[in-house]
Design a protein around this ligand. Structure first.
Ligand SMILES: [Zn+2]
Length: 74
Protein backbone atom coordinates (compact mmCIF):
# COMPACT_ATOMS: atom_id res chain seq x y z
CA UNK A 1 0.00 0.00 0.00
CA UNK A 2 1.40 3.34 -1.00
CA UNK A 3 1.98 5.96 1.61
CA UNK A 4 -0.36 8.89 1.47
CA UNK A 5 1.25 11.69 -0.44
CA UNK A 6 1.12 15.41 0.11
CA UNK A 7 -0.36 16.80 -3.11
CA UNK A 8 1.52 19.60 -4.83
CA UNK A 9 -0.41 22.78 -5.52
CA UNK A 10 -1.53 21.87 -9.08
CA UNK A 11 -2.76 18.49 -7.82
CA UNK A 12 -4.58 19.99 -4.87
CA UNK A 13 -6.19 22.46 -7.26
CA UNK A 14 -7.17 19.80 -9.79
CA UNK A 15 -8.66 17.44 -7.22
CA UNK A 16 -12.44 17.48 -7.47
CA UNK A 17 -12.53 19.52 -10.67
CA UNK A 18 -14.74 18.33 -13.55
CA UNK A 19 -12.96 15.82 -15.79
CA UNK A 20 -13.31 18.26 -18.68
CA UNK A 21 -10.51 20.21 -17.02
CA UNK A 22 -7.19 19.58 -18.73
CA UNK A 23 -4.48 17.71 -16.77
CA UNK A 24 -1.79 19.97 -15.33
CA UNK A 25 1.77 19.99 -16.66
CA UNK A 26 3.22 17.47 -14.19
CA UNK A 27 0.69 14.72 -14.87
CA UNK A 28 1.66 11.71 -16.95
CA UNK A 29 -0.96 9.43 -18.44
CA UNK A 30 -0.43 5.88 -17.17
CA UNK A 31 -3.39 4.23 -18.84
CA UNK A 32 -7.00 3.37 -18.37
CA UNK A 33 -8.29 1.94 -15.15
CA UNK A 34 -9.96 -1.30 -14.31
CA UNK A 35 -13.03 -0.79 -16.44
CA UNK A 36 -14.08 -2.43 -19.69
CA UNK A 37 -14.51 0.81 -21.54
CA UNK A 38 -10.96 2.10 -21.79
CA UNK A 39 -12.21 5.59 -22.47
CA UNK A 40 -14.37 5.75 -19.36
CA UNK A 41 -11.50 6.35 -17.02
CA UNK A 42 -7.91 7.54 -17.40
CA UNK A 43 -5.20 7.27 -14.80
CA UNK A 44 -2.46 9.83 -14.34
CA UNK A 45 0.53 10.09 -12.05
CA UNK A 46 2.09 13.36 -11.00
CA UNK A 47 5.86 13.39 -11.49
CA UNK A 48 6.20 16.12 -8.89
CA UNK A 49 4.34 14.76 -5.85
CA UNK A 50 3.58 11.20 -7.06
CA UNK A 51 -0.11 11.81 -6.74
CA UNK A 52 -2.27 9.25 -8.58
CA UNK A 53 -5.32 10.62 -10.33
CA UNK A 54 -8.31 8.97 -11.94
CA UNK A 55 -10.06 11.08 -14.55
CA UNK A 56 -13.63 9.80 -14.76
CA UNK A 57 -15.02 10.32 -18.26
CA UNK A 58 -18.28 8.39 -18.19
CA UNK A 59 -21.22 7.71 -15.95
CA UNK A 60 -23.11 10.12 -13.76
CA UNK A 61 -22.22 13.72 -14.68
CA UNK A 62 -21.70 14.57 -11.03
CA UNK A 63 -19.10 11.80 -10.78
CA UNK A 64 -17.10 12.92 -13.83
CA UNK A 65 -14.35 14.54 -11.82
CA UNK A 66 -10.64 14.29 -11.09
CA UNK A 67 -10.15 11.92 -8.18
CA UNK A 68 -6.89 11.89 -6.25
CA UNK A 69 -6.42 8.26 -5.25
CA UNK A 70 -3.60 8.34 -2.74
CA UNK A 71 -4.16 11.42 -0.66
CA UNK A 72 -6.66 11.57 2.15
CA UNK A 73 -10.04 9.90 1.90
CA UNK A 74 -11.49 8.41 -1.24
ZN1 LIG B 1 1.27 16.73 -7.92
Amino acid sequence: MDLWIQPCVPCATLYGQPSTTEPHEHLTLVGAGGVKDARAEEHYTCVKCRGAFARILAGEPTRQVWMLLNAGQH
